[in-house]
Design a protein. Structure first.
Length: 234
């Protein structure tokens, strides 16, 4: 879940539950949600509603990818819907904190729609006719593995990991680049693979790097936590 400036809802906020791990968000991106957060708090829009809305945005993106072979314009629209999904997933956490709705249950509902969204988006790509289906489904599988590994640190009592080259936002950026390149150049074959095939392979490779980095950082954090207890010995 996301952090929130305590003054954003026009006054100090006392938050009862603080999520143990929150994704770092650039200040520039956070600023785009300030008005939306205040609106949602005033109108009593529940964070869960926003989380579910991110799935709807992903479904629309998937439909755009699915039908993109018939209209290249959809390859321009689909990435915008993917970014809307990311923005909504940021917004739900910010609203949860601002409205004092943050809870362990909320952490699950903040994360689960993200995994559903990953599968929906890449399934749409897989059935677009612009990519080898296996490539897109492997990208979906590795996206899920990357997120899963990130949660392992939190599960064992250290920090959740958001590090690595191919975190959730960068997967969408890579897909955006591949979609727009395909819209501009058409279904080009490079080494027997389409541009979106190469995009999916880049995402898979980036996810492998991200998994390794996250595991290393989690294991280092476990060792660092253990040292004071064992007097510096394993």
């Amino acid at each position: 879940m996301s952090t929130l400036d305590p003054t954003i809802a026009q006054g100090p906020i006392s938050v009862g539950y603080e999520p143990s791990s929150r994704r770092p968000i650039a200040d520039l991106l956070r600023v785009t949600a300030h008005r939306a957060v205040r609106f949602c708090v005033r109108r009593h829009v529940h964070p869960d509603t926003i989380s579910y809305s991110s799935i709807v945005a992903s479904m629309l993106a998937a439909v755009c990818f699915w039908q993109a072979a018939d209209s290249a314009l959809l390859l321009l629209v689909a990435p915008a819907l993917c970014y809307l999904r990311l923005w909504l997933n940021m917004l739900d956490g910010m609203v949860a904190l601002a409205s004092r709705e943050a809870s362990p249950r909320g952490e699950i509902l903040n994360d689960l729609p993200d995994r559903i969204s990953d599968v929906l988006v890449f399934a749409g790509v897989a059935h677009s006719g612009l990519v080898t289906p296996y490539a897109a489904y492997w990208a979906a599988i590795f996206a899920l593995l990357t997120a899963y590994v990130g949660t392992l640190g939190q599960a064992v009592g250290v920090q959740r990991e958001f590090s690595g080259l191919m975190s959730k936002p960068w997967r969408m950026v890579a897909l955006h680049a591949g979609a727009w390149a395909t819209a501009a150049a058409g279904v080009q074959s490079l080494g027997g693979l389409t541009l979106l095939d190469w995009t999916c392979l880049v995402i898979v490779a980036g996810c492998v790097q991200t998994i390794v980095v996250r595991l290393q950082r989690i294991l280092c954090a476990i060792d660092a936590k253990r040292l004071p207890v064992s007097g510096g010995e394993r």
